[in-house]
Write a protein that binds this ligand. Structure first.
Ligand SMILES: CC(C)C[C@H](NC(=O)[C@@H](N)Cc1ccccc1)C(=O)O
Length: 621
């Protein structure tokens, strides 16, 4: 197949072979990212021994940084190294970061007294912070480049294939993240160590590190097959200078005597290339359309916070298995893996058959509406929970009344989540004597256990300990969260998968990665809005906060649909080709332009000294 730049690539079933390496790379990279992220807060809390607040804020800072760094990667790719080299270099940085995380989690390195706890915590903290910084730089930096690089592999005539590629790309993101969020918590729960056995965070970080190395190797293997668009110099510098010149030139010509121009960017025509101005107009048009989009991510990213907290007040007993609150999040990638193929092969073709033109911007609007609907469902579930008056966390609150005349130490084993019931084992110890007993709990319940004065420690105490249920278990089932997950995920498919492709198709050739980064920036801003709204609104009832978010998104959705109505789709390649054809004429024009500019500058100088006098002079010239 010969693509837009005359590059000849191998094809399989109408698709360039090179994209196989790109989607496998994405799968491994997302496995690496989400796998590491899944155990990060627990690593902060239990390995570095940070409190909940510090752990949560460092976690969110890291996630926000991951969506801010794409702009850096995009500038480097589009202006300097090109996407291919940027992906290679930043993937190396990323893999080093993951290895640093894995090493930072080996307690034996500083466990000089071999008691199972690190003796030099500073070493572990510093190494893990360096690791996280490198990971944020790497994952964020390559993110806009990989998607845009994949899009580059298609020729202009392969629009349909390119759309399918973005769907498959999204499937790989979710396939990788689903697998890793299941696997790494299992790895973390293992015990490992050289001198003493501890929870195996090093393995939980080590496997994602290995997957990142695999991602890099796979990407390099495909090297000979890629179409590699060349960077066109410091494009972002030129863009900024051109916009700056247009603004200042417009300001200098604000007087009514100067004829207005069709677009404010046209004021840059006196100095800059028409092609560059046309490309900037395309980018600005799309970026303007992006202004309302962060609100979608504001709702979307609350799956990991508010919805997980909601799940902690619900009953996770699904018969064969007990689902932990944070495990509910895996419903999202599972639904993505089912909904993307259904949408692509059934829903969208059906809509088309009905004669409806379901354009990308219409899809995104419906996506926003569905996300708002998801929050209405969340509010209804919340009301149900509030009515049932079960506000406790799934960690069962337990107290003991000691009837013995000596102090008894009580400790507990971990709760086993994959059994039909939640079973906890308690160890009672006094001096050298100890005994153990187990009890089953319901989510959210609270118990008081009585240790009788006659209890003989050292023997079996299973039968001797009696308990009273203080608070009944949570009665609202976690399955009730499924509708809200369904709507938010259907919204994600319509909004995010479409937006990814839209950002690529509407971007000029030399700013594809930049526009992808602009798209990812809406995710970062959305995350900041969560913090602001939650802080400012401070609503007493959780369900009212859900309704507030749903209403905000609905308003934004209406604004966006109006903006979308006035948006005209463009074909950047066609526009660029038109300007390139006119380049000869433009060269001739340039001298005239330069002359005109000099004239106007002279005119401005004279304007400042004596307007009337100048007017006289001009007519004489
Ligand atoms: C936010 C990103 C632009 C999109 C993408 N994320 C997803 O596809 C999520 N559905 C993945 C996910 C996985 C597990 C739990 C929650 C979400 C990405 O990561 O690129």
């Amino acid at each position: 197949m010969v693509n837009k730049s005359g590059f000849n690539s191998k094809e399989v079933c109408g698709y360039p072979l090179s994209i196989f390496f790109i989607v496998v790379n994405e799968f491994c990279e997302r496995f690496s990212y989400y796998g590491m992220r899944a155990v990060l807060v627990l690593y902060f809390k239990y390995f570095l021994r940070w409190d909940d607040d510090l752990a949560t804020s460092i976690y969110h800072t890291f996630v926000a940084l991951c969506y801010l760094t794409p702009i850096l990667g995009a500038i480097v790719a589009d202006s300097w190294l090109g996407k291919f080299k940027t992906i290679i270099y930043l993937s190396i940085v990323y893999a080093i970061g993951q290895v640093a995380m894995a090493v930072s989690a080996i307690h034996d390195i500083t466990d000089t007294d071999r008691d199972g706890t690190p003796n030099n915590m500073t070493f572990h903290v510093v190494l893990s912070m360096v690791g996280l910084f490198l990971i944020a730089l790497g994952t964020g930096g390559i993110k806009p480049c990989v998607a845009a690089f994949g899009g580059d592999q298609f020729g202009d005539h392969q629009e349909r294939q390119r759309r399918t590629f973005f769907s498959v790309f999204y499937l790989c993101i979710n396939g990788g993240s689903l697998l890793s969020t299941i696997i790494t918590p299992i790895l973390r729960a293992q015990n490992c160590g050289i001198y003493s056995k501890q929870k195996c965070y090093s393995l939980a970080f080590g496997v994602p590190a290995a997957l990142m190395v695999v991602a890099l190797v796979v990407f390099i293997v495909g090297s000979g097959m890629y179409y590699k668009a060349k960077p066109e110099g410091n494009i972002m510098g030129d863009v900024c200078k051109c916009i700056g010149f247009a603004i200042s030139n417009r300001y200098k010509h604000r007087s009514k005597q100067y004829p207005s121009r069709e677009h404010w960017m046209d004021w840059a025509e006196d100095k800059y290339d028409k092609l560059l101005i046309a490309q900037i107009k395309m980018v600005l048009k799309v970026l303007f359309l992006y202004i309302p989009l962060p609100m979608f991510w504001t709702l979307f990213d609350q799956k990991g916070s508010r919805w997980t907290l909601q799940a902690t007040t619900m009953d996770g007993n699904f018969g064969a298995i007990v689902i932990q609150p944070d495990q509910m999040q895996t419903v999202n990638p599972i639904l993505i893996l089912t909904l993307v193929p259904i949408m692509d092969s059934v829903i969208y073709p059906l809509i088309k058959k009905c004669g409806l033109n379901f354009t990308p911007l219409k899809r995104m609007t419906v996506g926003m509406f569905l996300a708002a609907l998801a929050f209405v469902c969340a509010a209804v579930v919340q009301i149900e929970i509030d009515v049932s008056r079960k506000h406790l966390t799934y960690f069962n609150l337990t107290q003991f009344v000691n009837g013995m005349n000596k102090p008894v130490n009580v400790s507990t084993s971990e709760i086993f989540p994959f059994l039909i019931i939640i079973r906890a084992t308690f160890f009672l110890q006094s001096g050298q004597l100890s005994c153990a007993f187990s009890r089953d709990f319901g989510f959210g319940s609270s118990y008081t256990f009585f240790i009788p004065s006659t209890l003989s420690l050292g023997s079996n105490c299973q039968e001797s300990i009696t308990g009273a249920e203080d608070i009944k278990p949570n009665s609202v089932h976690m399955a009730l969260q499924v509708p809200q997950y369904f709507f938010i995920t259907a919204g994600e498919v319509m909004f995010s998968v479409t937006g990814l492709e839209f950002s690529y198709s509407q971007a000029p050739s030399n700013m594809k990665a930049v526009l992808q980064a602009g798209w990812l920036l809406t995710v970062a801003i959305g995350n900041f809005i969560v913090l602001i709204v939650a802080e400012v609104a401070k609503l007493p009832k959780q369900w009212t906060e859900y309704v507030l978010f749903a209403s905000l998104l609905l308003c934004v959705c209406i604004i966006f649909s109006i903006m979308a109505y006035f948006y005209t789709y463009i074909d950047p390649t066609e526009i660029e080709a038109k300007f390139r054809r006119n380049v000869g004429d433009d060269d001739d024009d340039k001298n005239d332009k330069q002359r005109k500019l000099e004239m106007e500058m002279m005119k401005r100088d004279l304007d400042r000294s004596d307007d009337e006098h100048y007017k006289g002079k001009q007519t004489k010239m």
